[in-house]
Design a protein around this ligand. Sequence first.
Ligand code: NAD
Length: 298
Amino acid sequence: MATVGFIGVGNMGGPMAINLVNAGHQVKVYDLSPDLVDNVVKVGAVAAASPQEVVKDIDVLVSMLPSGKIVEDLYIHKERLLASISASTLVIDCSTIAPENAINLALAAKEKGIVTLDAPVSGGVGGAVAGTLTFIVGGEAQAFEQARPLLMNMGKNVFHAGDHGAGQTAKICNNMLLAVHMIGTAEALQLGVDNGLDPKVLSDIMLQSSGRNWSLELYNPFPGVMDSVPASNDYNGGFQVDLMNKDLGLALQAALKSQSATPMGTLAKSLYSQHGRQGWGKKDFSSIQTWFKKVLNK
Ligand code: NAD
């Protein structure tokens, strides 16, 4: 069993850290929010008062943070955490960030003899809680093999996508597709409801038909169709519209660089940007369902 430092125990990082504790690892946690740290301490982790304290005497450091700027500020520019990390510690950043951020981190770490992996995840908060996440890893093959057993304590699929940054590239392709099928699912459900169908009956039909997809199967956006999803909890928890907007921005940046055609991803970014600007930024991304709802004349 390893001694693991964990930075960022929010919607995703919290349950991931809890799964590491439950697997028998010694886990030290740090987050800007002490309440979130307490949730993990309650199951047996130890609280650290600073990022510098969390990285002391650990085998592996995992971080799960909102954005590339925050990751670079923490490790390289503001906190300069790399200076406090031992060369024997493997750093696994699970945040979804630009491939360029992951490469910057890998290069800055390498100068200090530290090995990093980018290991963004798919599977949502449900997958983080159940320990069924998919890890999409970029970095050296040897480090990937070293990380695999630990990642399997938090997930059930671990892929090596390629060198540093490749994990992030694969992840943003996936999330662009996720946005597109979530919007399509919401649009189809509203069309059915507007034409007299019960959303649950329509969902059951489409699940056994060619419209089947992950959003419909595990994350139905129509309130009341599925228990334990954000749509049935006023779109709270889950994956924030702001974070989906970040990921779509990363996808469009990559598309610009490679001159790829991404008409669906571009439309999805426009819809999610508008949705966020209308006050839905902190709500779950399945709340795009409300965008299709008819508003009665005032
Ligand atoms: P979140 O906002 O719930 O959690 C992020 C945590 O990081 C917060 O608790 C915050 O306090 C902490 N934090 C921010 N800056 C920090 C700093 N400098 N030092 C220490 N802690 C800091 O977000 P989340 O939903 O858990 O997402 C985290 C990452 O996972 C994002 O990159 C997101 O794109 C990705 N992701 C999220 C989901 C999902 O369904 N929520 C799914 C896959 C991937």
